[in-house]
Design a protein around this ligand. Structure first.
Ligand code: HEM
Length: 144
């Protein structure tokens, strides 16, 4: 189950990025359909939050498993990323996506667009891409 959840967490990144780009386009071209895309974006990112919290506490590198011997959290780039930087930036991104959804609902296109741009930036910075040192060994489409 743990592997399945990690693969789902990884796959959902693409769903979220695609929905975010669609919603961004709709925000800047003032399309009413943003109501639907922003709702799906919010649902997908909240599912991501739940899976992420599970991984953070009970996953293979989860907090309940503790730090390996001789590892200091803030001095170890791997654990600092997965215990602090990634969760913090992602929770912020999901918060911004949630606020953006509220703005999209009342068709406040401009504010929605800017909020979604901020969320996109957080996501791009905090994803452990395979080309980043912290993402080494990870793939673009795990499990496929
Ligand atoms: C939209 C938000 C998020 C995105 C796009 C995202 C994306 C990712 C990706 C691509 C991975 C690498 C998976 C792989 O090995 O292929 C990952 C790992 C991880 N994520 Fe997230 N994540 C998000 C939110 C969160 C949140 C909110 C938390 C915690 C509260 C979290 C905790 C973790 C942890 C602990 C791992 C490492 C799991 C492991 O290697 O066993 N993520 N995330």
């Amino acid at each position: 189950m743990e592997k399945g959840l990690l693969h789902l967490h990884s796959f959902l990144r693409w769903v979220i990025l695609i929905l975010l780009l669609v919603a961004l386009y709709q925000a800047f071209t003032k399309k009413e359909s943003i109501r639907k895309s922003s709702l799906w974006l919010m649902i997908a990112s909240h599912v991501m939050l739940l899976i992420g919290l599970y991984q953070l506490f009970w996953g293979r590198y989860g907090i309940t498993k503790g730090l390996p011997e001789n590892v200091q959290l803030m001095k170890d780039s791997f654990y600092r990323f997965f215990w602090v930087e990634h969760p913090l930036l992602m929770v912020l991104a999901i918060g911004v996506i949630t606020v953006a959804r509220g703005k999209a609902k009342v068709l406040n296109y401009k504010t929605t667009g800017w909020l979604l741009l901020v969320a996109l930036l957080f996501l791009l910075v905090a994803i452990p891409w395979p080309f980043r040192a912290v993402g080494s060994g990870r793939t673009w489409f795990p499990g496929m």
